[in-house]
Design a protein around this ligand. Structure first.
Ligand code: GLU
Length: 451
């Protein structure tokens, strides 16, 4: 019989910090969740006695491995690869693979932790995981990227499987990289299974997977605005990023009658006062994805726009904001600026783009603020639908999938209302998402006993 173990939040966080030295992103993600969960758990003895939060915040396993590959000049390169399998209480581990020089064990542990809650919120049977490497695809030839992906999979294949762990894309990993990794997995194992999602349509991929994260974030934003009797018509939007999530979020904003003012990359942001319409979005997609160009080139193509080097776009006045680039790209000062300029709603397309100061500022201002684990869950949700289609060995129609995506985003919004309604017309979406995600995983863990 487990004895009660009521530590308070500061003591719990001290333990997390001590056990995870030099892992600030992971500690930050745990703190953001713990701030809400401690309140919720106050009168729930079982969760304390069974140390549920402590267990969710300790990955099931972290696999770290060497990835060697040969560059075009014949030089041998050595990178580090990881797969963090955080929790599989409600389904196989599921989450993307990130290739970016900023990738560390801390970053992947925070992402796998967040993914656990996000995946639970979708209502689909998926646990949480994440993987990646500090490999920098920028400036690499396509053959180099292929060789890297093959080498990465040559180790990763032994840790994954359609019922074990199903990776997908993330920053630096799109359809092309998934293709190289799937090809290598199939070659090694001689099995054609749904071991990865984000696959090409010819070989088991799902329609709308590419669009799903960005579209889903805007559906969630529209759901939030609807609680105030508003919609996106005529609203100005500031968006960061210019990859898959940002461009599809922009596309959906435009489709729903909004005006997109900005996009960005690591070099700075562009501000187009005329609005970034579908034709311009198509140009960005082509330029960033296929030509692997820089966002600053936008101003040569569309001269009414300006490029601001080395800055994020949060100082541009707007009605709604969508951070769709990367973690900690929107800091406390930025949050203050957005609120002061009259921004009414923020929906995160990236994972943990707002730092803890920023989160506290949005909460204190009581604006409509959705954390990534709720608003960007559309991507992994369609990945879950891809897994179902692979199991059934069939492909669903686009209209069916669009409707399922909308329903899932509405379901997540409803879960946030259930646990985040603070009365007086204020919904704390962070709290709602944290509690709803936690409860599902926690109750499954209780059923399994001490494992
Ligand atoms: N990387 C995406 C995310 O952050 C998608 C993961 C997936 O489809 O498995 O949710």
């Amino acid at each position: 019989m487990a004895v009660s173990d009521h530590v308070d939040l500061p003591t719990f966080m001290e333990g997390v910090k001590k056990r995870n030295p030099y892992q600030p992103e992971f500690v930050q993600a745990v703190q953001e969740v713990a701030e809400d969960i401690f309140d919720f758990m106050a009168d729930k003895e079982q969760y304390h006695a069974q140390q549920i939060l402590r267990r969710i915040a300790e990955p099931d396993r972290v696999v770290s491995f060497r990835v060697c590959w040969e560059d075009d000049a014949g030089k041998i390169r050595v990178q580090r690869g990881w797969r963090v399998q955080n929790n599989n209480a409600i389904g196989p581990y599921k989450g993307g693979i990130r290739f970016h020089p900023s990738v560390t064990e801390s970053v992947l542990k925070f992402l796998a932790f967040e993914q656990t809650f996000k995946n639970a919120l979708t209502g689909l049977p998926m646990g949480g995981g994440k993987g990646g490497s500090n490999f920098n695809p920028k400036g690499k030839s396509v053959r180099e990227i292929m060789r890297f992906c093959q080498s990465f999979m040559t180790e990763l294949y032994r840790h994954i499987g359609a019922d074990v762990d199903v990776p997908a894309g993330d920053i630096g990993v799109g359809g092309r990289e998934i293709g190289y990794m799937f090809g290598q997995y199939k070659r090694i194992t001689n099995q054609f299974t749904g071991v990865l999602t984000g696959k090409g349509l010819e070989w088991g991929g799902s329609l709308i997977r590419t669009e799903a994260t960005g579209y889903g974030a805007v559906y969630f934003l529209a759901n939030m605005l609807a609680t105030k009797g508003e919609d996106l018509t005529g609203k100005t939007a500031v968006i960061s990023g210019s990859g898959n999530v940002a461009t599809h979020a922009a596309e959906k904003i435009v489709q729903l009658g909004g005006k997109v003012l900005t996009l960005s990359d690591s070099g700075g942001f562009i501000h187009d006062p005329d609005g970034i319409d579908q034709e311009k979005i198509n140009w960005v997609k082509e330029h960033k994805t296929h030509r692997r160009g820089r966002i600053e080139d936008y101003v040569a193509a569309f001269p009414n726009a300006t490029f601001v080097a080395g800055q994020t776009p949060w100082g541009v006045p707007c009605d709604v904001a969508l951070p769709c680039a990367t973690q900690n790209e929107l800091l406390g000062e930025d949050a203050k600026m957005l609120v002061a300029n009259g921004c009414r709603a923020v929906a995160e397309g990236a994972n943990m783009p707002t730092d803890l100061d920023g989160v506290h500022i949005f909460k204190a201002a009581k604006i409509l603020y959705a954390p990534g684990k709720a608003s960007n869950a559309g991507g992994v949700a369609v990945s879950g639908l891809e897994m179902s289609q692979n199991s059934e060995r069939r492909s669903w129609k686009e209209e069916e999938l669009q409707q399922m995506l909308k329903d899932i985003m509405l379901g997540i919004h409803q879960s946030c209302l259930t646990y985040g309604d603070q009365g007086g017309g204020y919904i704390d979406y962070v709290k709602g998402a944290n509690i709803a995600g936690f409860k599902k995983v926690a109750d499954a863990m209780l059923a399994f006993g001490v494992v």
